[in-house]
Structure formats: structure tokens, C-alpha cells
Design a protein around this ligand. Sequence first.
Ligand code: IPD
Ligand code: CA
Length: 291
Amino acid sequence: MTEPPGASYPAAGSQDVSVTTPLDPALPAQLLHVALDAAHRASHLLTEQRPADLRVASKSSPTDPVTVMDKASERLIVETVRAVRPDDGVFGEEGSDSAGSSGVVWVIDPIDGTVNYLYAHPHWSVSIAAEVDGEVVAGVVTAPVLDETYAAVVGGGASITTGGKTRRLEFRSAPPLEQALIGTGFGYAPERRRSQGRVLAELIPRVRDIRRDGSAALDICAVALGRLDGYYERGVNRWDTAAAGLVAREAGVRVGGLRGDRDSPQMTVAAPEPLFRTLAGVLAELEADRD
Ligand code: IPD
Ligand code: CA
């Protein structure tokens, strides 16, 4: 499994959508409002209408699950968005893929952390991002069982809402790599996991410790919050990182790939500078973006 160097996330639909007019300054906040509504409806569905039988099927490997609720959540999010913005495109983990005609594309992970959802482990989320001309301008990551909702609009900062209170996520500095708490995750294919295990074995003696919580979107938001100092993972998809990447960037966290590339399925790293540079440098030395 190798992606070409600098591989980027695939675009929604078959046609390229280019927006030639400048971004309407009111649009990101309007899109955020729609994303929050869709995320709250999906959260309600996933927590209040969870059936006893999740009708689990496997996707890319026997350990990669999809449940009836992943699909129901994606359907509800698409319906909610389309009810108010019928011309927008959608790109979701469970198969929604249309470019639309408005220039806005919604990037949706209806459950990020499906394995955790399956085991009733609280660490899962719903992730919804709105892109204009391929750039994320609004994003929401909500973790209903944890009672945490992260939100951001481009140029407008990022926030967390918990316990009914919203506060801005401010820039936080991170310690040097030797003192850093680093989050990561693993793919579903055995050969990918073997190479991820090799990288981890080299990295773990050089950091404070490692966490594997099981939702890439929440891991990246955790860096914005200061619950992790940094995060890296090979193999995450655009729906895992779109909303959380904006939350992190708006909180002053650098999100990117290795060797100056953009973040992509090949590698995603998130950390405040200068930790980003050190972590990305070590990961490049370890060839963590190759199998
Ligand atoms: C997974 C989670 C996990 C990460 C995997 C992802 P899913 O997403 O984000 O933390 O390690 O790479 O595939 O499959 O639960 O949506
Ligand atoms: Ca998912």
C-alpha cells in the first residue's frame, strides 16, 4: 500500500468545482450553523436510537467495521444539509459523493471511531466540514458521550463547548519531543499495522508517552485543547481530518505532512511549532510515511 509522494485527498464527485467569486465573508459562519445543527441531530440519533443489534459488517479488512448507525448518521447529516443547501456537494465516509453546483462541499465522517462506538467506549465523534473551492472554511467535531463540541470557522478562531459553556481555544506551546505526549492511530490492514508498529517502537523511547484513543478527529482536537502535545498518523482520510484540521489550525496548531508536504493520507502530523518540526523530522527519518 503506497501512495505517490505528496498524494492529496481525492475531491468529491467527478467534476472539478471552481469558485471564481471571492468568498462571501458571511458564508463560513452560515455554514458552521448548518454543520452544528447536523452534528447535533446525528449525535441525538447515535446516542438515543442506538439499536441492540448494530448489524456490523466489515469494510477494508475484517477489523474495519461499519454499522447500521454509521449509514443512518451519514444519511441524516446529508438530509439536514440538503434541506437548507440543496445545491451543495457531499463527500462522506459511507459513500456520499457528489460535487454539487454551489462550490460548497460537505466532508462528513458520520462516526469517527466506529470501533469505540461498537464497544460503547465513549471516545467517538461526528465530524462535519464545509469546503469552499477545496479549502475547509467551517468545521465541527462533536463527541456526544464526552459532552464536547469543537467548532471553527476560517479566520474566526476555534472553540470548545462543554457543560453548556463555550470557550475559545487559545494557542498553547508544547514541550520538547522528549517530554511530549503524542497521540496516534493505526490502520485496519495487517501489513500497514506492522509498519506502524515498527515506527512506534522507534518513537516511544524518545517521547513522554503515546496515546491511542481511537478517533483521529478527536485526537487532532485534543492537540488544539492541550490534552495531547502532538499527533501523527499514516492512512487517515479527508473525512477524519477536515473539520479537526481547521479546529487545530485556528487554535495555532500546525497541521501538515512530512518534508514540507500538506497533510494527506500518506501522513498527517499536528503539533504546535517547534514540536511539529521535531516530530515531523523524526517521522521522516523513520520513513513513517512508507510501508
Ligand atoms: C478511524 C479512527 C481511528 C484511526 C483510523 C480511522 P473510523 O476512523 O479515526 O482513530 O486510527 O485510522 O480509520 O474508521 O472509525 O471512522
Ligand atoms: Ca467513520
